[in-house]
Every structure is written in C-alpha cells, then in structure tokens.
Design a protein around this ligand. Sequence first.
Ligand SMILES: CO[C@@H]1O[C@H](CNc2nc3cc4c(=O)[nH]c(N)nc4cc3[nH]2)[C@@H](O)[C@H]1O
Length: 376
Amino acid sequence: MKFNLQANDPLSKARAGTITTAHGEIQTPIFMPVGTAGTVKAVHQRELKQDIDAQIILGNTYHLYLRPGLETLEQAGGLHQFIGWDRPILTDSGGYQVYSLSKVRKIKEEGVTFNSHIDGSKHLFTPEYAMDIQRTIGADIIMAFDECTPYPCDYTYAAESVKMTHRWLKRCCTHFDNTEPKYGFDQTLFPIVQGSVYKDLRIKSAEFIASMGREGNAIGGLSVGEPAEEMYAMTEVVCDILPSDKPRYLMGVGTPVNILENIALGVDMFDCVMPTRNARNGMLFTRNGIINIRNKKWENDFSALDAESDLHADQVTSKAYLRHLVHSKEMLGAQIATLHNLHFYLWLVKQAREKILTGEFYEWKNKMVKILGNKL
Ligand SMILES: CO[C@@H]1O[C@H](CNc2nc3cc4c(=O)[nH]c(N)nc4cc3[nH]2)[C@@H](O)[C@H]1O
C-alpha cells in the first residue's frame, strides 16, 4: 500500500492525499460505507460504484466469521469475489464487535472468548486468529486485534488495557508478517491507538503505534459515547504524534460535523454506521442540515430531496414520497434514504478534499459546521 500527500491546508492540519491499494486508489479525506456482513445494507454494489462512487467499503471480521463463515469465503476466493466488489475493502478486527455485540465475553491475555449473538456458540478470538481470519476474508487493509476501552472507564483500567492492546499488537504484527496473503494480492495491517480520554495514555499509545512503522495507523477507543470535545482533544494529541506520511483512520466517526472537525485535525479516513443505520429510521443528512423525514411537516412537500444533487434518486424522489415510504416501512424507503445519506457523506468529504487542494478548506469548514447540524 502507498500513500502520497498532495496538499496541506494552510490554516489547519487538514491534508489531501491518495492511497494506492491492490484494488485501486482512494482519494483522501475519504468516508468508508460500512458493509458489516458483506453488504452495505439496502444498497447494491452497482449503486455504490456508479451512483455514489464509493472508493472503499468496510467488512467486519466478527460478522463474516460467524456468517457466511471462513469456509465459504475461502471457497469463493475471498470477500471481493464473494460479494462482487473489485475496489478496496477494509475489515475491522472483531475486538470492538465482540465488546459491543456478544452478551457473554471474557477478555484474557490469550484473547477474547465470546458467545455468538446469532446462535450462542462459543468462540475464542486471539490476535493471531484475528489475523488468520482477515487473511481469509482478504481485505486490502486489515486492523489489529485490540481492546476498545469502554467509555467511561477509570484510569487504571485504561492504562492496563492499553498495555494489553500493545502486547496484542506485537503478536498481530509477528503473525501477520509471518503469513502470506491467500489470494495473490497484498494486504496491509493498521495498528490502533487506544488510551480512552486520558492524554498521557494517548501520547504513550500513539508513540508506541508510530514506532511500529506500519503503512497506516488507526485511532480507536473514540465515538463510544464521549463528548465531541473529548473526541477532538484526543484526536488532536494523537494526530500530532502519528507520522504525517501515513494515512490516519479515525474509527467509527461520525456525524458530518465530527468528520469535518477531525479532517481539520489531520484525519484522512472515516467510517460510521450513522448514514446507513439512521437512514432506515428516516434521518436524512443534507447540505442544509438534518431532515427527519418522518416529521408530518413533509407530508405534502412535493419538492425533490435535493434538486442540486447529482444523485438521480435525490432529483426524482419528493420529500412527501420518501416520508410515505419510510413511514410505511417500505423497503424502497430504506434504499432511497440510505443511498441519499451515503451520497451526501461522500459528497462532503469530496468537497473537503477539493477545498484542501485549493487552500480554502478552513473557511469552508467553519461555514459548513454552522449549517450541517441544523434541524430542518
Ligand atoms: C457513532 O456510531 C456509533 O458508535 C459506533 C462507532 N464507534 C466506534 N468506535 C470504535 C472503536 C474501535 C476500536 O477502538 N477498535 C476497533 N477494532 N474497532 C473500533 C470500532 C469503533 N466504532 C457505531 O457502532 C455506532 O453505535
């Protein structure tokens, strides 16, 4: 994997670059639609490529391991082949999902034992096994097996957890570097900075992660319920330590405003379930603010979702029609709302990239941040 920087914003730490992977290029800053179990819910691969120009999507080790399972994925020739997506894929390592999804789990030095949220079966994820699973899935970028510390958590717990995440990281790197890709194309391992909301722990973790010299670095343990100001403070501390010639990926972030503020702090890659999950509930992100399409005020508003958008669905779908679809829990409602939100998120990061290239990002960002949170 290669990363080359094209521009740094003069008034912030925002930067524009290009990541080159075995499955193509990624222009940063970038948003990565979440496709947990091999599908970005309610959106077809063709739409992802042609309608919203998604450059990279996410898959998830925990979900894909449980269903469809490693045997099917291996026989398919990996996740790209299985789902028919020939652009880059990034997979999260499972640590977070075990902590957020499975009821019963035990974290020990060896790894994490958990019961499947699907059928209750018992499993053990170790750092080594998380690498093997991601080799079998075949994502271009894979994540280290870490512990995403819950929020809030006390300093002692966070300090111990960071040390274990660092020990697990060494095991991930050793195992990953001693195994080969399964499908003939290179994969890249990103380590993950932890440290909860404690500045000294974040500094220690960022310095250790940077010392590993990997091709990209991630920031974890955020977007777990902490106030936005805490998120920004930790991101700033970590971005100032992580090497500037490697992509920085802030996991699980966030709202449109979170994304713009973190781009200004030096983050290049984002993923979040909000545009997809909240779409299914009728929450639409737009360039003028947020629409709750279920609100009665849209019942007889026959204006287009967004007449200025280059997304066909935005031009031909009225607010009243989408309200009817979402209100009646019609599948088409989820499809149009999801496509709209993902198109908006990708439009937003593409605008940010263009403004960084022309040196106008800082002013544009401050203007947008005032608008994007408005309730319409
Ligand atoms: C804002 O949306 C809510 O918040 C969640 C996203 N927030 C989030 N923080 C994360 C942290 C980590 C981490 O430290 N390590 C690894 N390996 N993966 C991670 C994945 C993460 N996702 C959504 O699920 C949603 O509930």
